[in-house]
Design a protein around this ligand. Structure first.
Ligand SMILES: Nc1nc2c(c(=O)[nH]1)N[C@H]1C(S)=C(S)[C@@H](COP(=O)(O)O)O[C@H]1N2
Ligand SMILES: [Mo]
Length: 324
C-alpha cells in the first residue's frame, strides 16, 4: 500500500540552524524512505515500517509520532548497531555488536522501588502494554562529539511514572542497569562502578520527550542498543540514556551516576547538550554525524539541548555552566 503524507503534517522542531535547502533535501530523503518502506509492503506508514533491520528480529508495531520526528536523515541500521557505547560489553565501539549476541533479554523484569507507596515489578509484556507504542525519530548526541538519528519505539517515561505513583518525597529518579558478570565481559574492567546507573530530576523525567524505549527501526531493541528496555533523553549527552534497565528507583536525594562518579569534573549530573560549555578536554561546539564521515562531510554545529528547545523551561534560572 502506498501511503502519502503531506509535508506540512511533519513537524520540524529545529528551524533555527538549518537552511531551507537543507530542510528540503532532508524532508525528501525522509519521505522517500517512508514511501519506499510502504511500497515494499512492510506495513502501514506509522506502524513500524520502512527500515532495513536484522533478519529474524521481532517486529514491534508503533505509530509514528510526527511531533517527535526530526527531519534529519536517519542513521543506517548498520551504523546504529555496529558503532555503540555499551561498556558492559567492552569499550571499543565495535565490541557490543560482537560480544552481546547471546545476551539473554527475555524473561526480564524491571523493579520499581523507593519513594512509592507500593514497590512492584513489570515484565516485558507489561512494559510493552503500559502505554501505546510510538515511533519517534530522535537525534542522540554522544559527549564524545558524534551523533546519530534513530527511529526509536516507546512511550513517554511519564506514563511509567504515573503507574508507579511516586510519593511526594520523590524528587529524583534513578535507573539501575544490569550487571551480570556471566554475560557481560566488560564488567571485568573496573573502569566504571558497576552497575551502570543514571538519574534525572523528577520534572526532567516527566518531560514528554523522555522516552521509555523498547525498540528501534520497527523492531525490539538489538542487544547492543540496550535491550530489552532503556531510556532515550535526546536533549542530554548519550551517556544519560541508560541501557538494559533492571531497576527504577524514586529518591529524595540526587543519585550518584556512573560517569560523574568516574570523573566529576568532566561529567555532571545534568549533562544537557550545550555547545557553549566545553568538556575540559575538548570542544562541544560541533559534532560528526555518523554516516557522514566522507572527505567532504561537513561538521555540524551542535545545538543547545541538541535542538530540543522545549526543555529550556526545566532549567530557567539555572546557571548551566555550573550545573553542567
Ligand atoms: N548501561 C549502559 N548504558 C549506556 C552506556 C553504557 O556503557 N552502559 N553508554 C551510553 C553512551 S556513552 C551512549 S553514547 C549511548 C549509546 O547508545 P547507542 O549505542 O544505542 O547509540 O548509550 C548510553 N547508555
Ligand atoms: Mo556517549
Amino acid at each position: 500500500m502506498l501511503i502519502r503524507i503531506r509535508p506540512d503534517q511533519i513537524d520540524i522542531p529545529l528551524p533555527s540552524e538549518i537552511t531551507p535547502q537543507h530542510v528540503y533535501a532532508e524532508r525528501r530523503a525522509f519521505l522517500g524512505k517512508l514511501a519506499a518502506g510502504a511500497a515494499l509492503g512492510s506495513g502501514v506508514l506509522g506502524s513500524g515500517n520502512a527500515w532495513a533491520q536484522a533478519p529474524g528480529a521481532r517486529k514491534l508495531a508503533a505509530k509514528l509520532n510526527n511531533a517527535y520526528a526530526v527531519m534529519d536523515k536517519p542513521t543506517s541500521y548498520q551504523d546504529a548497531t555496529t558503532y555503540n557505547n555499551f561498556y558492559e560489553f567492552g569499550t571499543d565501539k565495535a565490541d557490543p555488536a560482537r560480544t552481546a549476541g547471546n545476551f539473554k533479554t527475555d524473561p526480564w523484569t524491571v523493579s520499581i522501588e523507593g519513594e512509592v507507596s507500593k514497590p512492584f515489578t513489570l515484565d516485558l509484556e507489561a512494559l510493552q502494554k503500559l502505554a501505546p507504542l510510538e515511533e519517534r525519530v530522535y537525534r542522540l548526541r554522544c559527549v564524545e562529539g558524534w551523533s546519530m538519528v534513530i527511529p526509536w519505539i516507546g512511550y513517554s517515561l511519564s506514563a511509567l511514572i504515573k503507574k508507579a505513583a511516586p510519593t511526594g518525597n520523590a524528587k529524583y529518579i534513578e535507573f539501575v542497569t544490569l550487571a551480570d558478570r556471566k554475560q557481560m565481559p566488560g564488567l571485568s574492567d573496573p573502569i566504571l562502578q558497576w552497575p551502570y546507573t543514571e538519574g534525572l530530576r523528577m520534572d526532567e523525567a516527566n518531560h514528554p520527550l523522555a522516552l521509555l524505549t523498547l525498540g528501534m527501526y520497527g523492531e525490539v531493541l538489538p542487544n547492543q542498543n540496550g535491550a530489552p528496555v532503556r531510556v532515550i533523553l535526546p536533549w542530554k549527552y548519550g551517556f544519560k540514556s541508560a541501557k538494559s534497565i533492571v531497576k527504577i528507583r524514586f529518591l529524595k536525594e540526587q543519585p550518584k551516576t556512573a560517569w560523574s562518579v568516574y570523573a566529576p569534573q568532566e561529567y555532571g549530573f545534568y549533562s544537557n547538550v550545550n555547545p557553549n560549555v566545553d568538556h575540559p578536554r575538548w570542544s562541544q561546539a560541533t559534532e560528526r554525524r555518523i554516516g557522514e564521515d566522507g572527505f567532504f562531510a561537513r561538521k555540524r554545529k551542535t545545538l543547545m539541548f541538541n535542538g530540543y528547545n522545549d526543555v529550556a523551561g526545566l532549567y530557567s534560572g539555572m546557571d548551566l555552566k555550573r550545573y553542567f
